[in-house]
Every structure is written in structure tokens, then in C-alpha cells.
Write a protein that binds this ligand. Structure first.
Ligand code: FES
Length: 146
């Protein structure tokens, strides 16, 4: 199955690519299957609304497209609304991914969760339904540019 038009659109014209200088939370995760890396930056206001979000990736076309769509879907949402946006929802919003590329969509979801976890730790709060990300490599990669 080839990529959908929406996947191609988000890959060739990714939304929210880049970084935030003063993020509320940052999450960096790696995909165990291919070694690709994704970093997500969140700007969250006092009411717990995601004001802005950016991402950077060392990833494939599907990873770029799913991250672009995932960041579009979480922008303007509350933390709890953002938590309910799964990689399945992101894939559906992109009109599907080839089965072999589904694992790529996990990178965006995991990176957003890792950024929320970082935000919660920095603010000393617990976010119900959010568990510690397994593959957050933020600590080790903190000073590395990629
Ligand atoms: Fe690595 Fe897609 S092949 S994220």
C-alpha cells in the first residue's frame, strides 16, 4: 500500500517542526525496531493547555508525518485530552499507514508522553493515566544535537 496523500502532505510539509527555547516539557524517545529518534517540546500554560508544540526527528517519512499530525492534534488541547490521542487516532487522521510502518507512529505518541512526564516531574505533579516512558533518552541525550 502506498502512502496516503495526507501522509505525503505532512511528510513534505511537516507542521510544527523545530524546537521551543523555553519548553514546559521535553521528551526524547527512540524506536527500538529501527533506531530512529524523536524529540517533542511542549509549552503548557497554567490551565494545563498545550499552547505550543514542536518536534525534531531522525526518522523516516512515516515518523515525520505522524509527528506532524500528532503535534497538530495535541495543540490547543488539555493535557488529559492530549493523553487520549493514540497513535491509532493519528494513523486514522492520516488515512492510514502501510502495516509495516505502523511502528513508526508510536514514536510520536511516546515522545509526547515523555514530554508530558518531563513537565509533570518539573512541576512536581502527577498526571493521571500517564506512566513513566520506557524509552525516554532525554537524560543521556540532553546536550547532544542531532
Ligand atoms: Fe524508523 Fe519509521 S523506520 S520510525
Amino acid at each position: 500500500m502506498p502512502y496516503s496523500e495526507k501522509v505525503m502532505d505532512h511528510f513534505t510539509n511537516p507542521r510544527n517542526m523545530g524546537e521551543l527555547t523555553c519548553p514546559s516539557g521535553v521528551g526524547t524517545v527512540g524506536n527500538a525496531q529501527c533506531g530512529d529518534i524523536m524529540r517533542v517540546y511542549l509549552d503548557i500554560d497554567e490551565a494545563g493547555v498545550i499552547r505550543d508544540v514542536k518536534f525534531k526527528t531522525f526518522g523516516c517519512a512515516a515518523a515525520v508525518a505522524t509527528s506532524s499530525m500528532a503535534t497538530e492534534l495535541v495543540k490547543g488541547k488539555t493535557i488529559h485530552e492530549a493523553l487520549r490521542i493514540t497513535n491509532k487516532a493519528v494513523c486514522e487522521a492520516l488515512d492510514g499507514l502501510p502495516p509495516i510502518k505502523i511502528h513508526c507512529s508510536l514514536l510520536a505518541e511516546e515522545a509526547i508522553h515523555a514530554a508530558l512526564w518531563d513537565y509533570a516531574e518539573k512541576h512536581n505533579i502527577t498526571i493521571e493515566g500517564l506512566s513513566k516512558p520506557k524509552s525516554d533518552i532525554h537524560e543521556e541525550e540532553e546536550d547532544e544535537e542531532y
